[in-house]
Design a protein around this ligand. Structure first.
Ligand SMILES: [Zn+2]
Length: 297
């Protein structure tokens, strides 16, 4: 997997907030709408336990049809997901999409049914060598990041029907986080006192101001992206020994016994190379926004 370092700022500037008054989430309920203008949806599958079945192939340009017909690749990617995340933790994932991300967008999730079910979408071009699908642990990190959104924003965590005005906890855009959710104490720990400092179109500014608060620069985008990044590191890396706010955010997840169990169950399947690569930071190869991730060029 190539590493991209140089144009770090450019994709970050592209993103906007994921709140409902912005474009992405608002459009997410539209079946045919794509999460980004610059991706092409290839194939949509229904998910039933460990199995996926074809719902449809989207109409695509001739140049992309070879990726659409390559169902064995689609299944390779799906099997990576189900090998990594045990079935009992995947009950909210009801659709799986393969898209072409133009070497840019790597994955995203879209909520359906008031946060009760989700579509997981992965870019077929994110993995360049399918014989070595997770060479540096990046694909593991990508899948865990996207899963982290579903884990922290589903209907057991966030009330979709509640409006921002009546929300007394934290409102990530999808609804109001419950008092006992993962996101609300996470917000209180690392965001409540700086939320007004957030520059929606420039998370780097917040990261540079408070670097010890974030596990990656992209985590400074908003609390929902931050917790997805933290979930990824919580699972992939050893428990931190430091006490920075970034460390405390990871340690916070250890306060939830079910997350500790989830971590242990998933880590059995996390490739050794990914766990060994303790210095891995998602920011170094891709960055994520509005429930999606893209490669850094
Ligand atoms: Zn994300």
């Amino acid at each position: 997997m190539k590493k991209y370092w140089l144009l770090l700022m450019i994709p970050l500037l592209y993103f906007t907030s994921c709140r409902k008054d912005h474009d992405f989430v608002e459009s997410s309920n539209m079946e045919e709408e794509q999460a980004y203008d610059d991706i092409t949806s290839l194939t949509l599958y229904d998910v039933s336990n460990n199995d996926i079945s074809l719902i449809k192939d989207y109409e695509v340009d001739k140049s992309l049809q070879l990726f659409q017909v390559d169902k064995s690749r689609h299944f390779t990617m799906w099997h990576f997901v189900i090998d990594l995340i045990p079935l009992k933790y995947r009950d909210k994932i009801t659709q799986f999409e393969i898209f072409y991300g133009y070497d840019d967008v790597a994955g995203y999730v879209i909520e359906q049914e008031d946060l009760g079910s989700w579509k997981l979408a992965l870019a077929i071009d994110f993995v360049e060598d399918f014989n070595n699908i997770d060479a540096g642990g990046e694909f593991t990190a990508l899948v865990l990041h996207e899963y982290g959104h579903i884990l922290t924003l589903n209907d057991t965590q966030v009330t979709a029907s509640e409006e921002e005005e009546s929300c007394n906890t934290y409102f990530p855009g999808e609804g109001c986080s419950l008092t006992g959710s993962y996101l609300y104490p996470f917000y209180q720990l690392g965001w409540a006192d700086i939320i007004d400092d957030r520059a929606i179109d420039n998370p780097d500014r917040l990261y540079n101001k408070y670097p010890d608060r974030f596990v990656s620069d992209y985590a400074a985008t908003n609390p929902a992206e931050d917790i997805a990044e933290v979930v990824t590191q919580f699972i992939m890396q050893d428990k931190p020994v430091g006490n920075s706010i970034a460390d405390q955010k990871i340690k916070l997840l250890y306060d939830f016994p079910e997350l500790v169990e989830l971590r242990e169950d998933i880590r059995v399947e996390v490739p050794v190379v990914a766990k060994r690569n303790a210095s891995y930071k998602p920011k170094r190869s891709y960055t994520c926004g509005c429930r999606g991730c893209r490669k850094i060029k």
